[in-house]
Ligand binder design. Structure first.
Ligand code: NAI
Length: 488
């Protein structure tokens, strides 16, 4: 006889959608259970996604800067000052700061160890938050078993949980391509590419999206030859075309090779090499392959059929504006539903969903969800691109300000890139902000806040920004919308 437990809400999945929803629901007084099959909480984001990749991006940037200062980098190809923060520019690298380095070496094991320690601390932090909020955690695979019931196989026992509400927040898993044989070693997804035990000689990355560019940057900076093969004729599909094109030029100067307009049809291990097959082109020989062609919702073996839920052809679960599925009492948020697969979008949805369940008001401002690519420089955007506005036949004005004319960027030695502000021609409301440049991921928060509050470019332009800061470049771009930027 399986053990039975009663809760108000059962959440399946403890990623940024599920664990944040669990905390908020507990704050609202619910008795919450969270079922997670991995021993570490935090989901893809904390364990094998956002956090470990950012740790490696940080470490690899410092290494590349140090290696440049040493000026003994024959294998780095054509270097430029955009290679990383503090690169080899006139006054930007370690040398420019008057810091001389010799015999710079890479201790990859230590670098990976630092990343693992950060992940461990953060996932344990979520454990602590669960204890603080008295969220009952079940370790095991959760499966819906009819209305109001979830069965958890813990390995030791089978537990049947009952609740008025069930929230599915199971996230997504890397997509693969037909013909590509993943082997967990040479041909892998992002999970394994965060932990290569040595620097690949030649890494081929399939897909010039977020993951391809971030992990491509990491291994390039650590010395690998990196070739990114992309099916489309551009990188970062969905991002502003101009910004993406400028970013591509910078990545090329950093030594990333791009093969655009090329569809990969297969990849296999052959002896001590890998062969990547492309449609209408010669196969590429390399020694490691990373498949980064998107992610697919994780809905298999969830017992959805027991409550009459059928995922769509992309594997997503349909929900209404309250995140309710077609099954009474069953809700879903994050990567398993429509919209961008972003950690912060999942968290917003989790919060809004449980707030609505608790009888209050919940809302996700989808127009103001920022996205960030943590390359050097960072690329961040919120709202609509010029292409989207043109397609929707919305008249807009554009203001651009280059970081080259920003005092703080000069001091940092990080003057590449620009900020683009798009505002409605009639109302002046912000419609989109696109940033390529230093700390773009932090700067975009002000733009997202402005958009969430319905700000106009005039509102931003009339807000006093501290001097000298990178944020002044945003104010200047807002001023540029009306043709009155001060420093260009
Ligand atoms: P993505 O959707 O960003 O990019 C995948 C790319 O692969 C596309 O450009 C696509 O055209 C290309 N592709 C597909 N099939 C191909 C083929 N046969 N041959 C060559 N190219 C092909 O997906 P990615 O980079 O795997 O990221 C997955 C998800 O994770 C994204 O939705 C992203 O939002 C999220 N993510 C977010 C990050 C962030 O917020 N900084 C970082 C990493 C991932």
């Amino acid at each position: 006889m399986a053990a039975q437990r009663e809760h108000d809400l059962i959440i399946i999945g403890a990623g940024p959608g599920g664990y944040v929803a669990a905390i908020r629901a507990a704050q609202l007084g619910m008795n919450v259970a969270c079922v997670e099959r991995e021993s570490a909480l935090g989901g893809t984001c904390l364990r094998v996604g956002c956090i470990p990749s950012k740790a490696l991006l940080e470490s690899s940037e410092i290494f590349a800067a140090a290696k440049l200062a040493e000026r003994r980098v024959p294998d780095f190809g054509e270097l430029s000052r955009v290679v990383c923060r503090g690169g080899a520019g006139e006054n930007s690298g370690f040398e420019g700061h008057g810091i001389r380095l010799t015999d710079v070496t890479l201790d990859l094991a230590a670098m990976l160890g630092r990343k693992n320690e950060i992940v461990e601390r953060l996932t344990k932090g979520v454990d602590g938050l669960f204890r603080k909020h008295k969220i009952v955690r079940y370790l095991g695979h959760g499966r819906i078993a009819g209305s109001g019931a979830v069965v958890v196989e813990t390995g030791k026992e089978t537990v049947v949980l009952r609740a008025r509400w069930i929230l599915i927040a199971t996230g997504s898993t890397p997509a693969n391509l037909p013909g590509v044989r993943l082997d967990g070693d040479r041909i892998v997804t992002s999970t394994e590419a965060l932990s290569y035990s040595d620097v690949p000689d030649h890494l081929v990355i399939i897909g010039a999206g977020y993951i391809g560019l971030e992990l491509g940057s990491v291994w390039r900076r650590l010395g690998a030859k990196v070739t990114v093969v992309e099916f489309l004729d551009r990188i970062l599909s969905g991002m502003d075309v101009e910004i993406a094109a400028e970013a591509k030029r910078m990545f090329e100067r950093q030594g990333l090779d791009f093969l655009l307009g090329r569809r990969v049809t297969g990849a296999r291990v052959e002896g001590d090499h890998c062969i990547v097959e492309c449609e209408g082109a010669e196969p590429i020989r390399c020694n490691r392959v990373l498949v980064a062609v998107g992610r697919v919702p994780m809905t298999a073996n969830l017992g959805l059929e027991t409550v009459g839920i059928t995922p769509d052809e992309q594997g997503r679960i349909s929900v209404d504006e309250r995140f309710a599925t077609n099954a009474t009492g069953v809700y879903a948020v994050g990567d398993v539903i429509r919209g961008p697969m972003l950690a912060h979008k999942a968290s917003e949805e989790g919060i809004a969903c449980v707030e609505m369940l608790a009888g209050g008001y919940g809302h996700v401002h989808y127009e103001a969800i920022p996205s960030v690519v943590y390359t050097y420089p960072e690329i961040a955007s919120v709202g609509r691109t010029e292409e989207e506005l043109r397609e929707a036949e919305i008249d807009y004005r554009k203001g651009i300000f280059p970081f080259l004319a920003n005092g703080r960027a000069r001091v940092l030695g990080q003057t590449e890139g620009r900020i683009k502000v798009l505002a409605d021609k009639k109302t002046d409301r912000l419609l989109g902000v696109h940033i390529l440049g230093p700390r773009a991921g932090d700067l975009i928060a002000e733009a997202a806040t402005g958009m969430a509050f319905g700000a106009s470019s005039e509102d931003i332009a009339r807000t006093c920004h501290a001097h000298p800061t990178l944020a002044e470049a945003f104010r200047e771009a807002a001023l540029a919308v009306q043709g009155r930027a001060l420093h260009i």
